[in-house]
Ligand binder design. Structure first.
Ligand code: ADP
Ligand code: MG
Length: 598
C-alpha cells in the first residue's frame, strides 16, 4: 500500500507535492490521535527546525556546531523576557529574537570562520557554555529558575500555543522551512554553498566569496534555531537554561547525523527517531538496569557509532532513495542570454607576467618567470613534471600568493588579489586535478562557473524569486556544454563521469564565466584520441572568437598543433620560448625532457 501511495505521490508535480504536504498538517491535527502523540509530534517539530539548520551548516557546508541550543535559547529567552517584563506581543518579540540571534551568529561566525574549520566546533562549544551560564546567572532572566508565565501565542484571539493548534503552527513552519532550504540548495547561492565542504579553492576561482557563504549558512542555521526557541518558549510557557545547554547542543547534532545530515528531510527523520528512542528508553532502561538516570545518553552514543558505521548517510538514506531528487523544470532553453563582457581587441596584451617567483621553504618552484599572452593567442606552457607549471597557474590566478613579481591582466595589476577578484575581471581556469561537486549534475557544476553573472542571494532563492536568473544561468551552462560536445551528459551526476568528460566539464565551467583569458591545466590528460581532437577543435574555435588561452599540456601533438607560442620551463626556471617549430627544433628542450623524464 505504501508503495502504491508513493507511486501516486511521484506522479504529482513537485509544487503540488509541497502543497499536499502542507495540507496534510491540519488533516493530521483532526485525526483522533492520542494527545500524547500530538505533544510528541510538537516536540519533534521543534527539534526538526534546529536539525534542519544543522543539515545546511554541517551536512552540506561541512561546518560543525555544538552551539545550536544556545541560539534556541536566545530565541526563547528574548521572547520570554520581553513578553513577561515589558508586555510586548510575541509576534514582535519573534523578530527581536531573530535580530539578536543574527547579531550574535554573525559575530561568532565572523570571528571563528576565518580561521581553519576546526576552530568552529570549539568556538561553538565555548559559545554554548558561556551562554548557558549567562542565562543561569543573570538576575533579570531569573537565574536557573528561569522565567515563568510566558504568555500564550494567540492568532485572531485563538490560543495556538498548545495541543493541536500548536501542532498545525509548528509543522507548517517546519515544512515551509524545509521548502525554503530545498529551494536554497537548488539555486545559485546553493551551488556555492554545496562547494564549501570539499571544493572551496575551485569555488573561489569561480568567484565565490566562500567565507561570506560560510558565515551565511551559520547565520541561517542560527535563525532556524531561534524560531524553534521562540515557539518553544510559548509552548512550554516557561523558560529556564537547561534545554539550551551543551548537552542539548550535542543532541541536535546527534539528530541530524542519525537522520541524515546531508538531506533536509533527514533532519525531520532524525528528530523523530531521537524523540521516540528517548521516550522508549526512559521507560525501558530503568526496567533493565533498575535505576533511573540519564543512561539513554550512553545508548545514544552507541546508536550513533552504529549508524555512522553502517548507515553513514543516516536513516533518511534508506527512505530517500525511493524519492527522486527534485529537479528544476527545464525551462531554461528559452531563456534570454546573459550579457557578455567586452573583450580585448585582437593582439592586445591580455596577460603580462613579470618575474614571478614562488618559494616553498627552500624550494624555488617558480623562479622569476616572465611571459605574455595576447588576445586571440594560444600560449603553451610546457616543461617536465615538477617544472612549476601548475604553480605558475596558481600564481597567475591568485590561488597562491607571489613571493615576488607582478601579474598584469588587461592593463591592471592583479598580483596580490584573491582569486575570486581575479575571476571577476575575466580570468577563468581549470585544475590539473579535477575539482567538482560530485553529487551535483554536470549542468549544475557548469552553472557554478556563471556564479558572477548572477546576483540573486539566499533570500530570493528561498522564496523562489530567482527563476528568471536561474534559467539564464542554466541556459548558459547548457550552451557551453553543447559547445564542448558534452550535451548528452548534462543531467548525469558529475561524480559518475569518466576522467575525460570530467575535464571537458571543467572547461565548460570555465567558459561559463565568460572569460577573456582561459587557463587550462592539462586538459587532455585522460582524454581519448577522439576527445583530444574535439578539444583541439574547440580550442581553435575559441581562438577564432578572440579568446586568449594559456595551456599547460603534456600531449605534445596537441600543444604543437594548437599553440601560437610556447614557453618552456624546467625546475622552475625559464628555459626558452618560441613558435612550436622553434621549440621542437631546440636541443635545450630535448635535453630537458630526456634528462628528467627518461
Ligand atoms: P608542474 O605542474 O610543472 O608539474 P608544479 O607546479 O606542480 O609542477 O610543482 C613545481 C614544484 O613545486 C614541485 O617540485 C612541487 O613538488 C613543488 N610544489 C608545488 N606545490 C607545492 C606546495 N604547495 N608546497 C610545497 N611544494 C610544492
Ligand atoms: Mg602540474
Amino acid at each position: 500500500m505504501i508503495a502504491a501511495a508513493h507511486r501516486l505521490f511521484q506522479r504529482i508535480p513537485p509544487t503540488a507535492q509541497r502543497g499536499l504536504l502542507l495540507a496534510l498538517v491540519p488533516l493530521v491535527a483532526v485525526l483522533p490521535l492520542p494527545d500524547f502523540w500530538i505533544t510528541q509530534l510538537n516536540y519533534i517539530g521543534l527539534y526538526s527546525l534546529v536539525a534542519m539548520g544543522l543539515v545546511l551548516l554541517t551536512g552540506v557546508g561541512g561546518l560543525t556546531s555544538f552551539g545550536q541550543a544556545a541560539f534556541v535559547g536566545i530565541g526563547a529567552y528574548t521572547s520570554a523576557y520581553l513578553c513577561v517584563s515589558m508586555g510586548v506581543s510575541p509576534w514582535i518579540t519573534l523578530w527581536v529574537g531573530l535580530a539578536i540571534t543574527a547579531v550574535s551568529a554573525l559575530l561568532v561566525g565572523w570571528l571563528t570562520l576565518r580561521m581553519s574549520g576546526h576552530y568552529l566546533p570549539l568556538a561553538t562549544i565555548a559559545w554554548g557554555l558561556s551562554l548557558y551560564y549567562l542565562m543561569g546567572n543573570l538576575a533579570a532572566l531569573g537565574k536557573y529558575d528561569g522565567i515563568l508565565g510566558v504568555p500564550a501565542l494567540s492568532l485572531f484571539g485563538w490560543d495556538v500555543s498548545q495541543g493541536r493548534p500548536f501542532f498545525v503552527l509548528v509543522w507548517l513552519v517546519v515544512f515551509l522551512g524545509a521548502f525554503a532550504l530545498l529551494n536554497l540548495l537548488n539555486s545559485r547561492t546553493g551551488r556555492a554553498i554545496r562547494a564549501l565542504k570539499s571544493a572551496t579553492q575551485m569555488a573561489e576561482a569561480m568567484g565565490v566569496h566562500t567565507l561570506q557563504h560560510k558565515v551565511g549558512i551559520f547565520l541561517i542555521a542560527a535563525l532556524f534555531a531561534s524560531v524553534s526557541g521562540w515557539l518553544f518558549a510559548h509552548f512550554q510557557r516557561t523558560v529556564n537554561p537547561s534545554p539550551f545547554g551543551l548537552k542539548m547542543g550535542i543532541e541536535y547534532l546527534f539528530m541530524a547525523v542519525l537522520g541524515g545530515v546531508g538531506h533536509v528531510w533527514g533532519a525531520i527523520t532524525g528528530a523523530l527517531f531521537t524523540k521516540i528512542m528517548e521516550d522508549q528508553l526512559q521507560v525501558l532502561l530503568p526496567k533493565l538496569i533498575g535505576t533511573s538516570g540519564s543512561y539513554e545518553v550512553i545508548v545514544f552514543g552507541i546508536v550513533l557509532v552504529l549508524v555512522l558505521k553502517y548507515l553513514p548517510d543516516g536513516v533518511w538514506s534508506l527512505i530517500g532513495r525511493h524519492f527522486p531528487t527534485s529537479q528544476r523544470p527545464n525551462t531554461w532553453f528559452k531563456a534570454e542570454r546573459l550579457p557578455e563582457r567586452s573583450k580585448p581587441a585582437m593582439g592586445d596584451v591580455v596577460l603580462d607576467v613579470q618575474k614571478i617567483r614562488k618559494q616553498f621553504g627552500g624550494l624555488v618552484a617558480v623562479n622569476d618567470i616572465s611571459f605574455q599572452v595576447k588576445a586571440g593567442q594560444i600560449v603553451g606552457l610546457i616543461g617536465p613534471n615538477g617544472a612549476g607549471k601548475s604553480t605558475t597557474f596558481n600564481l597567475v590566478t591568485g590561488v597562491l600568493g607571489l613571493t615576488s613579481g607582478t601579474v598584469t591582466f588587461r592593463g591592471e595589476v592583479i598580483s596580490g588579489r584573491p582569486s575570486r577578484e581575479i575571476a571577476l575581471r575575466g580570468m577563468s581556469r581549470t585544475f590539473q586535478h579535477v575539482k567538482m561537486i560530485p553529487d551535483m549534475t554536470v549542468l549544475e557544476n557548469v552553472a557554478l562557473g556563471a556564479h558572477l553573472r548572477g546576483d540573486k542571494g539566499a533570500l530570493s532563492a528561498m522564496l523562489r524569486l530567482d527563476k528568471d536568473e536561474e534559467n539564464r544561468l542554466f541556459g548558459e551552462a547548457a550552451r557551453q556544454l553543447e559547445r564542448i560536445g558534452m550535451a548528452e551528459h548534462m543531467h548525469d551526476l558529475a561524480g559518475n563521469l569518466a576522467m575525460g568528460p570530467q575535464r571537458l566539464m571543467e572547461i565548460a565551467r570555465a567558459l561559463c564565466s565568460d572569460p577573456a583569458l582561459l587557463l587550462l591545466d592539462e586538459p587532455a590528460a585522460g582524454l581519448r584520441h577522439k576527445e583530444k581532437q574535439a578539444l583541439a577543435a574547440v580550442l581553435r574555435q575559441l581562438r577564432s572568437e578572440g579568446m586568449s588561452i594559456l595551456l599547460v599540456e603534456h600531449d605534445m601533438d596537441l600543444v604543437m598543433d594548437v599553440t601560437d607560442h610556447i614557453v618552456v620551463m624546467e625546475f622552475g626556471t625559464y628555459l626558452m620560448s618560441g613558435t612550436p617549430a622553434e621549440v621542437q627544433a631546440s636541443e635545450l628542450v630535448r635535453a630537458a625532457y630526456l634528462g628528467t623524464e627518461h
